[in-house]
Design a protein. Structure first.
Length: 434
């Protein structure tokens, strides 16, 4: 196959068998070769396991430049949003494309606030789990079960129905996550409170108890709100692609988000924040860092440096940069400055970034490297770290789900394959199989 590229198209093929494919341009970032007609024109599929070079859709929501370590939501840098915005305002931006005016913001916050309760029947669902069930297992089940409660009146092709589903999911996911935690510690569920902001309400439902008044924790809720912002959306990552694929069949958005939670749980994806803290615990002291770096580089050892590396970022993940900068401040404010894990993390990062193996592969800390240290210092149990990632990412998943349905070019996702199994052969009866 030879190919030549003109300004707006690529020719693929040999001699007079060449076919021409348009090159589509985005606002910023790589252009794409539109290969939708490749199979009918050439009889070939493309081969791209892991989709390292494949654009699955057009999107206006998030842009990542992996080489530059740049992350934009609707054109705004993540560092600016983390510094100057708040999570619900960022949710509005990600969902609707613009920063809200004052009246739009108030209406959105009121809309989310008034959807935070869940159907009381759902409380019984938790009873079926062992108390030590992982919160992510519980969230996959309970969020999926929402599709049983909001099914009759949900036409995914109706923008009004999609909007109410969007509000419900953003509003109810903290309630469900907090209930998963309360169930695991045998404490009673707390109903959401409409007088608390989004992050404070989550902390209340997590750590409040019915026998005493709640003392607001502004340092914690601000730090948590920033962590929510940093995890809100991230282009076509594994869990977002999962939500898009499930949603492309017309399935309930609650089922699609449940599938996204399941996908995020993996340690190669959102489960890494829990794995980072477990890894730092296992390392234990700074002098054991070389032993673990050697394991991370050993191809015969499945161990990987959790919180390091990224499919897209070949530079510092800007979210890790924000978390690294705030880690000292948050831990000091919490009276946990000098936390040993933070010291090990910083030394581990310093040594790794000077190591040729990590430099050659452009392996830098990602969003999960520091988030767990801050969450742990806030008193969040390790098993809840990925649940908090899922809580924050719900707005990204639902915004991408809406965009997918509204995209006239989108159709049911159905990749092909390179078949390497046996060619056709005839059935051999049991008594003649030798
Ligand atoms: C998230 O996609 C997103 O946007 C995800 C996310 C989001 O916001 O949605 O950013 C959230 O999932 C962050 C990533 C969290 N995961 C981890 O921290 C787990 C540890 N990292 C790795 O498993 C890995 O880096 C991935 C999964 C994140 C990326 O894997 P890729 O892109 O498939 O890269 P690769 O496996 O092809 O690695 C390239 C090379 C390999 O070595 P060689 O075969 O070239 O010799 O780098 C090595 C890998 O072995 N490598 C690592 C490593 N990560 C990659 N070696 C040691 N430790 C690591 N962490």
């Amino acid at each position: 196959m030879t190919e030549s590229t003109t300004e707006k198209s690529v020719k693929i093929g040999r001699g007079n068998q060449q076919s021409e494919f348009p090159v589509l341009e985005g606002t910023i970032g790589p252009d794409v070769i539109d290969i939708r007609k490749l199979y009918s024109a050439t009889g070939h599929f493309t081969y791209d396991p892991g989709f390292t070079s494949t654009a699955s859709c057009r999107s206006k929501i998030t842009y990542i430049d992996g080489e530059a370590g740049l992350l934009l939501h609707r054109g705004y840098r993540i560092e600016e949003l983390a510094e100057r915005s708040n999570f619900l305002e960022t949710c509005y931006l990600i969902l609707f494309g613009e920063l809200p005016k004052a009246d739009e913001y108030k209406k959105f916050v009121d809309g989310v606030t008034n959807h935070t309760m869940i159907h009381d029947q759902i409380n019984y669902l938790f009873r079926g789990f062992r108390r030590d069930a992982h919160p992510m297992a519980v969230m996959v089940a309970v969020v999926g079960a929402l599709s049983a409660f909001y099914y009759e009146d949900l036409d995914t092709q109706d923008p009004k129905h999609r909007l109410i589903a969007s509000y419900r999911l953003i509003a109810k996911i903290p309630t469900i996550a907090a209930m998963a935690y309360k169930y695991s510690v045998g404490q009673p569920f707390l109903y959401p409170r409409n007088d608390l902001n989004y992050a404070e309400n989550f902390l209340y439902m997590m750590f409040g108890v019915p026998c005493e008044p709640w003392k607001e924790k502004p340092v914690l809720s601000k730090a948590l709100d920033t962590i929510f912002i940093l995890h809100a959306d991230h282009e076509q990552n594994a869990s977002t692609s999962t939500v898009r694929l499930v949603g492309s069949t017309g399935a309930s958005p609650y089922a699609a988000i449940s599938a996204g939670i399941a996908s995020l749980w993996g340690p190669a994806h959102g489960g890494a924040n829990e794995a980072v803290v477990n890894m730092l615990e296992e390392i234990g002291t700074v002098d054991r860092i070389p032993e673990f770096l050697a394991r991370a580089k050993d191809k015969d050892d499945p161990f990987r440096l959790m919180g390091f590396g990224h499919r897209v970022y070949k530079n510092y993940d800007p979210r890790a940069g924000v978390l690294k900068a705030s880690a000292d401040e948050v831990l000091d404010e919490l009276g946990k400055g000098g936390e040993p894990k933070l010291a090990i993390a910083r030394e581990l990062e310093r040594i790794a970034l000077e190591d040729a193996y990590f430099q050659e592969r452009k392996l830098f800390p990602n969003v999960d490297f520091y988030s767990g240290i801050i969450l742990e210092a806030m008193g969040i149990p390790t098993k809840m770290f990925t649940a908090i990632f899922a809580l924050a990412r719900t707005v990204g998943w639902i915004a991408q789900w809406n965009e997918m349905i509204e995209d006239p070019e989108q159709k049911i996702g159905r990749p092909r394959q390179l078949y390497t199994g046996p060619a056709e052969r005839s059935y051999v009866p049991l008594d003649r199989r030798g």
